[in-house]
Design a protein around this ligand. Structure first.
Ligand code: THG
Length: 293
């Protein structure tokens, strides 16, 4: 079972982004209500960098969403003043998203996590940018957990995000996140884990994105993934997260282990999963038409 955080209330979104800046509460309420009814455990409120008006936008968004949803919220912006203004209004225990290791970010955000008794997502983005492999992710984790512990945040309140990257990019980064999941319990006992799942399918053909997201979710779940930021309206994905798609899960596990699979015995959907896992593990090369090969 994986906790699901709805990604849809997002300033980048075509349908809802404009409503943020014009403070139109109705589209926000209706999306928040729909994502809640779809079965999310948390809602991510992503206002982007919001350098100028973040400190007004975030509290407006928090109260608008809380008019129709009792879910706990994950506050997502690089603007620390906006995070604080949002935290003040959260009725449930909040999750402070994207606490990366850049000195100015971590120094501003950790005290807010303590002050507002929140939980946090520790994003493995260091002063030198993106970690290059699973080992660099481990080093960043140790650094981040040390700094968080020092200020009084305990491991159970730290959700580590190894940063999922697009399958169309460097495949070693996609496999590194899976590898990292297996290492996390040893390097940071008690810490939780989370990924922005849709990152993996960024830039791929729209109709194929859910398949990549679902297959990658199963791969990460195999190593104990705690939570994922996901499209709230992908029903199949939710079945997988709730442990109700065991048939597909075992197909994915076989493909991950690169076992000899009798492809003729599989139906179309199972075959699509096998091909997708082969791409996500680096056994096959990604192209926009990977299913047709
Ligand atoms: N880790 C953490 N937080 C994160 C991310 C992460 N927050 C942002 C992001 N990554 C996760 N959220 C999204 C939200 C939307 C999409 C992907 C990730 C997305 N949206 C569609 C698109 O852009 O094509 C549709 C948008 C629309 O509705 O128009 O892909 O990794 N901690």
């Amino acid at each position: 079972m994986v906790l699901l955080i709805g990604e849809n209330i997002n300033v980048m979104s075509q349908s809802i982004g404009a409503a943020f800046n014009e403070r139109q509460s109705e589209p926000v309420r209706s999306l928040a209500k729909a994502a809640t009814e779809a079965g999310m455990d948390y809602l991510d409120l992503n206002i982007g960098p919001a350098k100028k008006h973040g400190a007004e936008l975030m509290p407006w968004l928090v109260s608008t969403v809380q008019e129709v949803s009792d879910l706990p919220l994950s506050l997502d912006t690089t603007n620390a003043a906006a995070i604080e203004a949002g935290l003040r209004l959260c009725k449930r225990r909040a999750l402070v998203n994207s606490v990366s290791l850049q000195p100015e970010r971590i120094e501003q955000l950790l005290p807010l996590v303590t002050e507002y008794k929140a939980e946090m997502i520790g994003l493995l983005w260091g002063s030198d940018g993106m970690p290059r492999d699973a080992n660099e992710r481990c080093m960043l984790t140790v650094d981040l957990v040390y700094k968080a512990n020092k200020i009084g945040i305990s491991n159970q309140d730290i959700w580590i995000d190894p940063i999922a990257t697009p399958v169309s990019g460097e495949i070693n980064q996609v496999t590194a996140c899976v590898e990292f999941m297996a290492m996390l319990p040893d390097i940071a006992p008690g810490c939780k884990s989370v990924v922005g799942l849709s990152n993996v399918s960024n830039g791929t053909p729209q109709h194929l994105r859910p398949l990549l997201n679902r297959a990658y979710l199963i791969m990460l779940m195999r190593y104990g993934l705690h939570a994922a930021i996901v499209d709230a309206f992908d029903k199949e994905l939710q079945e997988i997260a709730r442990g109700r798609a065991q048939n597909i899960v075992s197909v994915v596990h076989h493909a991950m282990d690169n076992e000899n699979i009798d492809l003729n015995a599989l139906n179309k959907m199972e075959l699509d999963y096998v091909k997708t896992v082969r791409v996500l593990t680096g056994q096959a090369l990604y192209s926009d038409s990977w299913l047709e090969i």
